[in-house]
Unconditional design. Structure first.
Length: 365
């Protein structure tokens, strides 16, 4: 699977209409069509990429899915690279202003709640099998008992310090200086009595458990969007969204490239020369035999079709690539040494007939 952004491949913006996407695809397809570019590998690659991009973006349902499961940094207006999302407490910094609810001077329209981000680390086995996990999200909600006012039964009185003006004046030399009233924070009203449920803050902290399904074949860094599970909106605004950033731990044996897996196996020299069967434990925990034929060279890569990871777009599984690493013996017995000596002599004889691999190496051929 290509790792490039489909929007970039077609050269359209994220809010492009279906007509624009179609037009962009038609243009790319005409330009890179193999019939027009015979033997041009690059054009062929571009043609394939554009077709793949269009197969997703040209289908509103697939497009929506792609938008939701897109990669880090693709979400408009949210800078996921920034550290500010590393801590939930930072997100709580956006507080619910009581003044607005209580007819303060800065009455505004509905405001969508803050988005939340949750980081989750999974294993390569989870990528293979898929994962359903319950996660706990810390949430800040408006206190129901006081409707977020922080005042018991919502009752507020005019601030005695500023008499409802929100500012207090004091004399400094000849000047009368105004500053925000410290008692009511400029609101002009204070709670008659503090709400006991929220201790006057107007906010309640709680955790919510939600079940998340991590899709098969998920890529490292994928951002899953869970709509409407973020923080509460203000003044009737809708809830924010929850973004789950999925990080895949490195596997001790298998390396990943898209949906393909790569691993190295150690084979002794006699095994490589005579051929053998090597048993691999797959991500499923199953044993799989790999046939190593006679005279296998160091670095030889065997491809086992369909033994890679499932692909996120539901295509066939990736492949498993097994690379042979030849091991030279560390310690050999007297008997082995004699045999290697014999082998060496045979090789030397062959070298006179220009057949030896020793000779090939010495000559650098
Ligand atoms: Zn005041
Ligand atoms: Zn309260």
């Amino acid at each position: 699977m290509s790792t490039e952004n489909y929007y970039e491949i077609l050269g359209v913006s994220r809010d492009a209409t279906q007509e624009e996407i179609k037009a962009a695809y038609r243009k790319a397809a005409l330009k890179y069509h193999p019939d027009r570019n015979p033997g041009n590998k690059e054009a062929e690659e571009m043609f394939k990429k554009a077709s793949e991009a269009y197969s997703v973006l040209g289908d509103p349902q697939k497009k929506a899915q792609y938008d939701a499961y897109g990669k880090v940094g693709n979400y408009g207006g949210i800078n996921w690279d920034s550290d500010i999302f590393d801590d939930f407490s930072d997100l709580f910094g956006s507080f619910f202003g009581f003044g607005d609810i209580f007819g303060g001077s800065r009455r505004r329209g509905p405001q969508k709640g803050s988005d939340l981000r949750y980081d989750i680390e999974i294993t390569l086995e989870d990528v293979y099998k898929g994962l359903e996990k319950e996660i706990e999200i810390p949430l800040e909600e408006i206190c129901e008992d006081c409707s977020g006012s922080g005042a018991r039964e919502g009752k507020k009185i005019r601030c005695p310090a500023c008499e409802g003006r929100g500012n207090i004046f004091y004399q400094q030399g000849f000047f009368s200086v105004s500053r925000t009233c410290p008692q009511c924070a400029g609101e002009g009203y204070i709670a008659k009595e503090k709400c006991s449920s929220c201790k006057g803050t107007g906010k309640i902290h709680r955790t919510k458990t939600i079940k998340v399904k991590i899709p098969l074949g998920v890529e490292n860094g994928t951002m899953l969007k869970v709509s409407g599970q973020g923080e509460m909106g203000l003044r009737g605004g809708r809830r924010g969204d929850l973004y789950i950033a999925v990080f895949v731990k490195e596997h001790p044996i298998f390396k990943r490239k898209g949906s393909d897996l790569l691993c190295k196996i150690n084979i002794s020299l006699p095994e490589a020369v005579l051929g053998t069967e090597y048993e691999i434990t797959t991500l499923e925990g199953k044993k799989k035999k790999v046939k190593i034929p006679e005279n296998t060279q160091n670095g030889k890569i065997f491809r086992i079709e369909g033994m890679g990871l499932p692909s996120i777009n539901g295509r066939r599984n990736g492949d498993l690539f097994v690379e042979v690493n030849l091991l030279t013996p560390h310690k050999i017995s007297k008997e082995e040494k004699e045999l290697w000596q014999k082998l060496y002599e045979l090789e030397m004889k062959k070298s006179e007939k220009k057949e030896s691999f020793f000779k090939r190496i010495f000559k650098g051929e």
